[in-house]
Design a protein around this ligand. Structure first.
Ligand code: GLU
Length: 433
């Protein structure tokens, strides 16, 4: 039999990284098994479900590349079906009415158990489970009821979902029993935790996928990172392509304990992907980011933008970080870091050195990194100072920052006129005279 899984988001909020990870595990399993990955929208909560959330969830799944099979199912379009199934349980005496609501009878003192692929044998006593509402008085099915009807109607073989649903599973199993339908295999995956080991929340930073997209993480990096939240291919491999993830994915390697969302690791990973990304992939993303900030103009030479991207891509964590580091190149504003100004510019002798540097650059014939470097080294020799005494202040003067790529390359892409005017500006206004 072919494996069938589903991802069943409720469009009552944006896609949380935890849900994205659940979607990814389902998707990887389906692709590994050459099965089906279905998408079901659990939109029976009519007040909290919003079309804009649905749109964002679908957009985030597409952005990650998690394509689904077949048509999307919407629970809101299957209401008569749930009522019919509940009516059948009424007729069989397995449910009763309370006003308009239909309630499922739970016999106390029974043990419900199942074999979870992650947690092993799980047992609940029905003493802990109250009678279950199947259909509310407003005619809407409850989550547990609609979920069972749909999972069995669509012949789902594996339900892979977050640990937070584990206590719903015995309730669902009782409904399967009453409906005389076979339950799927359950796979409850561990929660995602913040670095302080408490459940990941807003307090830890961004939790919705669209925020990460907005900050300029690449979807490949995000997929790689999410895949390793609670799963590992064994060994210490951390960078895996989508093909490798599909090939390696195995439910048996899902851990039992909470998975830590470590932003430092995500940043490292995204940097690796940015570093290895081709210009063809990066340029459109950079253009989009620059446009958002109104930094993009038609006057920008694509070849020049490409040079800037080449120069910075191996040292940025995200596209937002790229903008932070290159603001001085794309705008006339120099984002001066006060500490860097203090350390590198507010020092005796710096003004003079910057002016001499500017004068020498002025008479340079060629404007490229090698010529700029040669000029810098010869001035340093003449002034009997280390080249660093010119390089550090010049970097702050031109970029506003204490760190960055090779200064000579930075000055080369900054352009002659701009470099000289910034060196002089710093010498005259920021350095002590
Ligand atoms: N709509 C539920 C949720 O988003 C689905 C849970 C399940 O996969 O059964 O948590």
């Amino acid at each position: 039999m072919s494996m069938r899984v589903r991802f069943a988001p409720s469009p009552t909020g944006t896609l949380h990284v935890g849900s994205a990870r659940t979607a990814l595990f389902n998707w990887l399993f389906a692709r590994h098994e050459k099965g089906q990955f279905l998408l079901r929208i659990e939109d029976t909560d009519q007040t909290r479900s919003k079309p804009e959330f649905l749109k964002e969830i679908l957009g985030s799944l597409q952005w990650l590349g998690l394509n689904w099979d077949g048509e999307i199912e919407y629970q809101s379009r299957r209401l008569p079906h749930y009522t019919a199934v509940a009516d059948k349980l009424l007729t069989e005496g397995l449910a009763y009415k309370d006003g308009q609501a239909i309630i499922f009878k739970v016999t106390p003192g029974q043990v419900v158990s199942f074999e979870d692929l992650v947690h092993g044998q799980v047992q609940f006593n029905t003493l802990e489970i109250k009678d279950q509402v199947l259909v509310k008085s407003d005619g809407m099915p409850t989550y547990n009821f609609a979920c069972v009807v749909d999972d069995s109607d669509f012949q789902i073989t594996h339900v892979i979902r977050g640990d937070d649903h584990i206590s719903n599973t015995p309730k669902q199993l009782l409904i399967y029993q009453a409906l005389k339908r076979n339950p799927p295999i359950f796979v409850h995956i561990p929660l995602i935790l913040g670095t302080d080991r408490s459940r990941l929340s807003k307090r830890h930073g961004a939790t919705s996928l669209q925020e990460y997209r907005q900050m300029g993480y690449l979807p490949e990096a995000m997929v790689n990172f999410l895949a390793l939240l609670g799963w590992s291919p064994g060994g210490d491999r951390e960078l895996l392509t989508l093909e490798e993830l599909i090939h390696e994915f195995d439910l048996k390697r899902i851990g039992k304990t909470g998975a830590m969302f470590d932003l430092t690791k995500l940043n490292w990973m995204n940097n690796q992907y940015l570093k290895n990304a081709s210009l063809e992939e990066l340029l459109p993303l950079v253009e989009e980011k620059l446009s958002e900030k109104d930094w993009w103009t038609d006057k920008l030479e694509p070849a020049w933008v490409a040079e800037v991207v080449e120069l910075y891509k191996s040292r940025v964590d995200t596209l937002e970080d790229f903008c932070r580091q290159t603001q001085g190149l794309f705008t006339d504003e120099i984002p001066f870091d006060p500490e860097a100004v203090e350390l590198r510019l507010k020092q005796p002798g710096v003004a003079g050195r910057l002016k001499i540097f500017a004068e020498h650059l002025q008479i340079l014939q060629a404007w490229d990194a090698a010529s700029i470097e040669a000029a810098c080294r010869s001035i340093a020799e003449q002034l009997k100072v280390k080249a660093a005494e010119l390089i550090h202040p010049a970097r702050v003067a031109v970029t506003g920052r204490a760190v960055g790529p090779s200064l000579f390359h930075v000055l080369a892409v900054s352009g002659k006129e701009r470099t000289i005017s910034r060196l002089l500006h710093a010498a005259e206004t920021l350095c002590p005279s």
